[in-house]
Design a protein around this ligand. Structure first.
Ligand SMILES: [Zn+2]
Length: 291
């Protein structure tokens, strides 16, 4: 009997169950809050922005990352402050805003949120590589015909596998490449940036977030791909994972102030989208210039 009850509890807390329940909750909340006037509004779902908050960083990760108390709060808010209508964290909402900003500029449009932008027929034609699930915008992108969604270690075999060390896509395939807190896990960042450059069309953009501490510290390389495999320079540190992936990922880079120069050195024109009073919530738009 106990075994039977435990199996029920286990199934009730499974990944698919949590995804299903949270999906129902967000649908109900969005149905209500999208029609309530007022500001601010979520740049992803367009609903009146009401957030819930829970801290997300573990003590172990904070110690390994050598975060001060101030930056611990900034990162907890970045990932823990959730729009109750779409589930988008600050990080996810800023990804959505950066995407809408790029679309508005490229199309001469004035869309107020990602949900509205992707109702437009021409916007729906954009070729987008969602390299990993990018928060609240994932649900919108997942319904579109020309979005290729992938994960490095998908929990579901129906989800495409892609590795930034060698993407399977052809040259100049996409208008936009999206990834969220992924580059720090790639053991050769130069190869990853070269791969994204290769698959972007001229004029296309890589829109992304990374965990970056902007307190003057340089990038710390914790692990790197070398001839014989991954060389570890510091004890292994892990974070990440989501309901779309299977595991926590090894941290290869702890990014610092020199990160922008690294991206620019690959030819990208880089723009920063800041979030008020939270430098940890910066989002990057790296544009591959037109020929
Ligand atoms: Zn939202």
């Amino acid at each position: 009997m106990t075994k039977y009850l435990l199996s029920i509890v286990e199934s009730c807390t499974s990944r698919k169950f949590v995804v299903a329940i949270s999906g129902v909750f967000f649908s109900i909340a969005h149905t209500i809050f999208q029609f309530i006037p007022g500001k601010p509004r979520c740049p992803v779902c367009g609903a009146l922005l009401i957030c819930v908050y829970r801290p997300v960083l573990s003590k172990k990760l904070i110690d390994e990352w050598n975060l001060t108390a101030d930056w611990e709060v900034l990162f907890n808010r970045r990932d823990g402050e959730i729009c109750i209508s779409c589930g988008g964290s600050i990080r996810g909402r800023q990804m959505g805003l950066a995407l809408v900003n790029w679309i508005n500029r490229a199309r001469g449009a004035d869309f107020q949120n990602a949900q509205a932008a992707f109702l437009d027929k021409s916007v729906r034609m954009l070729r987008i590589a969602e390299i990993n699930s990018c928060g609240g915008i994932h649900k919108i992108l997942n319904r579109l015909p020309y979005v290729s969604y992938s994960e490095y270690e998908p929990y579901d075999q129906r989800i495409r596998h892609e590795d930034l060390l060698g993407l399977s896509y052809g040259d100049e395939s996409f208008d936009i490449a999206l990834h969220s807190d992924t580059l720090e896990h790639i053991p050769d960042i130069d190869r990853a940036l070269s791969e994204i450059w290769r698959v972007l069309k001229p004029g296309g953009a890589m829109i992304f977030s990374i965990p970056i501490v902007r307190d003057g510290r340089p990038t710390l390389v914790r692990a790197k791909l070398e001839n014989r495999g991954i060389k570890q320079f510091y004890p292994p540190s892990y974070h990440g994972g989501s309901y779309q992936t299977t595991s926590q990922y090894l941290v290869c880079y702890e990014f610092g102030e020199d990160f922008m120069d690294l991206v620019k050195s690959h030819g990208f024109k880089v723009e920063l989208l800041e979030y008020p009073e939270n430098p940890a919530a910066v989002t990057f738009t790296a544009i591959k210039p037109s020929l």
